[in-house]
Design a protein around this ligand. Structure first.
Ligand SMILES: [Ca+2]
Length: 394
């Protein structure tokens, strides 16, 4: 079986590879971000490693669960970016320029809406050099974050239409990947964040958690990415509406975990509904309060594989909308640390209807209020939000 092994005792880390080889483990892949290795072991070796006090967990399989396409594709709707009022920020010159968003997904297909802004492409599945997507999910996600809307005269632009895209392909064409590939992708983002200007890491990926966030190596990779200064945005998953349906790595305490709404194609929040499929809290094993907030994620029109536009629904779609918003805010406030970005977005979100926090988190993301809060402009937000805002960044 494929496993991820870490030393519980830091003093054993240096000799870990030799220890694994001596035990008969094969196919070792170093995962420095989590101080461990991916490896193949048989049952006896697994037993032996565990008895020796090492932390050994399955290299968990992730399968892309795409929701069915809407029955009437191509409905005449504006982009969710517009219903959230992002035009106001774009008019102020906040377009994500100079900020890169890394997207861990199925890859990205060249599309007029990305122009020359795919600043890096890493294929962890087939090692191909040039951008491609043999599934479509990643291209759709990327368009929601950074698409310019060029092929639709601006109609279907993403949230940060001038941000750069770093596409990290981990899913194969059947929508399969595993923990160790996702960790390697997160590691690339951490190691190249200065060179490529990456501030935001978008993970529209999820699987049912098999263990506590303290033991889950993908979650630990997310926590390490946050400590390094990346703002990590994760999908809550599509297994709602029942409790305990937050996917990993959306269970990561430091990540901003995003559920989905239907904005009914209007800027007014009164008609918004949390999507029935949206993964709900608390997290299944650790009972952490999630999601952190929600964003439009139903019937979202974004970039397709053929230079066209397609409609998709899911928390996978809500997540890059928030990643794009974070890119706009980073352009205006590059000094902001992940913790402050998260508390600002949560603190300025707007609750809808009477959904409990386990369903809607702090409510629908409100980019204009978040911008005002970061700028220190007095706004009509609750006192506890202002208290959160002036917390010193770490
Ligand atoms: Ca609405």
């Amino acid at each position: 079986m494929n496993v991820i092994v870490r030393a519980a005792d830091p003093r054993r880390e240096a000799g870990l590879a030799n220890e694994l080889r001596r035990a008969g483990a094969t196919g070792l892949v170093e995962l420095p971000l989590v101080d461990g290795y991916a490896a193949r072991v048989d049952d006896a070796q697994l037993d032996q490693l565990r008895k020796s006090g090492l932390k050994v967990v399955p290299d968990q399989a992730f399968h892309l669960e795409e929701l069915p396409r809407p029955e009437q594709p191509g409905l005449e709707m504006d982009s969710a970016a517009r219903t959230l009022g992002l035009q106001t920020l774009w008019d102020q010159g906040l377009t994500g320029k100079g900020v890169a968003i890394a997207v861990i997904d199925t890859g990205v297909a060249p599309h007029p809406d990305f122009e020359d802004r795919i600043s890096a492409f890493v294929d962890l599945v087939n090692n191909r050099p040039d951008p491609y997507d043999d599934r479509g999910h990643g291209t759709h996600v990327a368009g929601i974050a950074v698409g310019s809307g060029k092929a639709s005269q601006g109609k279907y632009s993403g949230a940060a239409p001038e941000a750069n895209l770093v596409a990290l392909k981990v899913f194969d064409h059947e929508g399969n990947t595993n923990s160790s590939l996702i960790i390697k992708a997160i590691q690339f983002a951490v190691e190249n964040k200065e060179r490529l200007g990456i501030r935001v890491l978008n993970i529209s990926i999820g699987a049912p958690p098999q263990m506590s966030a303290l033991d889950d190596p993908v979650v630990q990779a997310v926590e390490a990415a946050t400590r390094s200064g990346l703002f990590v945005v994760c999908a809550s998953g599509n297994r709602g509406p029942w409790p305990d349906t937050i996917d990993t790595p959306g269970i990561a305490p430091s990540a901003l975990t995003v559920g989905a709404t239907n904005d009914m194609n209007t800027p007014d929040l009164k008609d918004d509904k949390v999507s029935r499929f949206s993964g709900s809290g608390p997290t299944p094993i650790d009972k952490i309060m999630k999601p952190d907030l929600v964003a439009p994620g139903e019937n979202i029109v974004s970039t397709g594989l053929k230079g066209d536009y397609v409609e998709q629904s899911g928390t996978s779609m809500a997540t890059p909308l928030v990643s794009g918003i974070a890119a706009l805010l980073y352009q205006a406030h590059p000094e902001v640390q992940p913790r402050q970005m998260k508390s600002t977005l949560k603190g300025t979100a707007q609750k809808i209807r009477s959904y409990i926090e386990e369903v809607q988190g702090k409510g629908v993301v409100q980019p204009l209020k978040a911008k005002a809060a970061l700028a220190g402009t007095p706004t009509r937000v609750a006192a506890d939000v202002l208290a959160t805002r002036v917390e010193p960044p770490r």
